[in-house]
Design a protein around this ligand. Structure first.
Ligand code: GDD
Ligand code: MN
Length: 380
């Protein structure tokens, strides 16, 4: 096996692996894939015969107990490993953790739901071994590509996102949205600190972060139909995608979360003024009470929107909503003081009303954002 890796490789990835050490680590992110993992394992076993491989399942504590099924497999075959993550969710993060948990010179990422064609793996490995590439992508867009599991709408959205990514991030490969690829682990390890753990688009992130320094080859494969269970991609992944494009374009300076938070804040201003108007003009409430109700309604609607959109991945549920709402009220009230304080002192220096107003509002949103992350939607 060792001879097979070495001669001819232009850029040798690693020292020769010790006997018994895997040459290829297959990383499989899973969430509620109980009925798929055993089938995938069997298929890997069949297709990777003759290769020193291991499979690392990275499961985000699936309610269906996927990790339990994986542990059973691991008991019987030491090539199977299971990382069970608790209190965390996210496809990209799972893939990163899986690859970093391995020391095989080559790592592949493949979905658990049997939609990717695992029989391509030996060919992908061959290309990496021969030094022809540092990254091999299973691509759905180049000649020879056939699809069984992709509906019209999704295909359209995916094609659009691909175009945006190519133009804006100058990504050259045809299918940067693919979730099926193999990479030299040393190259991945260099890029890992730059990668975002949020979202779905790990490959796009890898390629964009490498800024053209990763030699990539694409091979077509048939994107199959899902066998069991359902897709975890919801309509909101478009947001994750935007966030990734934004982060990569600005070198991680602007986060999508902050922009969403600020956008929700602007909506809150409209809600506030509308409530104020209704209370004052239609219900004829005194100004102080009307203003207070405006603030309360705006804070409540901001909380709901943020919980739904901005912090979708950490959404509070059940009793945590009440606790979070109260914390949010407190954070925003202090934020209002900060807002008014800054606006006053700016106005003192420079009596330009809109400049002072904007400085105050900016101070308020930055404060609210920072404190909300600490006290309302805390990372578990
Ligand atoms: N650990 C973990 N955590 N795994 C997850 C999570 C998560 O939060 N969400 C999804 N997964 C796992 C699923 O169990 C599955 O094995 C794989 O990631 C892909 O998720 P699907 O829900 O099946 O996504 P999809 O089929 O709609 O899209 C996939 O295929 C596309 C085409 O290759 C993804 O890989 C896309 O990124 C890809 O573009
Ligand atoms: Mn799938």
């Amino acid at each position: 096996m060792n001879e097979a890796i070495r001669p001819g490789a232009q850029t040798p990835p690693q020292a020769q692996p010790a006997s018994g050490a895997p040459e290829l680590s297959v990383v499989v992110p899973t969430f509620n894939e109980r009925d798929n993992v055993t089938v995938l394992y069997r298929r890997l076993e069949a297709t990777l015969a003759g290769i020193a491989w291991e499979v690392v399942f990275v499961d985000d504590n699936s309610p269906d107990g996927t990790w339990d099924v994986v542990r059973d497999l691991a008991q019987r075959d030491s090539r199977v490993r299971c990382i069970r993550r608790i209190g965390r969710r996210g496809l990209s993060g799972a893939c990163i953790e899986g690859i970093l948990a391995s020391s095989a010179p080559y790592a592949a990422v493949i979905d658990a739901d049997l939609q990717h064609d695992e029989t391509q793996l030996p060919k992908m490995l061959g290309l990496l071994r021969a030094g022809q590439a540092e990254l091999v992508v299973g691509s759905r867009y180049i000649e020879g590509y056939k699809s069984e599991g992709f509906d019209q709408q999704r295909a359209g959205a995916s094609a659009l996102a691909t175009e945006i990514a190519k133009k804006m991030l100058r990504v050259e490969i045809a299918d940067p949205m693919s979730g099926f690829f193999m990479i030299r682990r040393d190259r991945f390890e260099q890029l890992a600190p730059k990668l975002s753990v949020h979202g779905f688009k790990i490959l796009l992130d890898v390629v964009a972060s490498a800024r053209g320094t990763l030699r990539a080859v694409e091979i077509p494969y048939t994107f199959g139909a899902r066998q069991h269970g359902e897709s975890k991609l919801d309509s909101m992944v478009a947001l994750d995608f935007l966030g990734l494009v934004l982060a990569k374009l600005t070198n991680d300076a602007v986060s999508l979360r902050f922009l969403l938070f600020a956008m929700v804040g602007s909506i809150g201003l409209v809600v506030h003024l509308t409530t104020l108007f209704i209370a004052l003009e239609l219900i004829k409430v005194p100004f102080a009470e009307a203003q207070a109700s405006g603030a309360l309604v705006a804070m409540t609607s901001n909380f709901i929107l943020n919980n739904f959109l901005t912090y979708r991945d950490q959404r509070l549920k059940g009793f945590a909503i009440v606790r979070g709402l109260i914390a949010f009220y407190i954070v925003c009230s202090v934020g209002l003081f900060a807002n008014v304080g800054v606006a006053f002192s700016v106005y003192d220096q420079e009596p330009i009303w809109w400049l002072a107003g904007m400085a105050g509002a900016l101070m308020g949103v930055v404060w609210n954002y920072a404190m909300s992350g600490l006290f309302v939607w805390r990372k578990k």
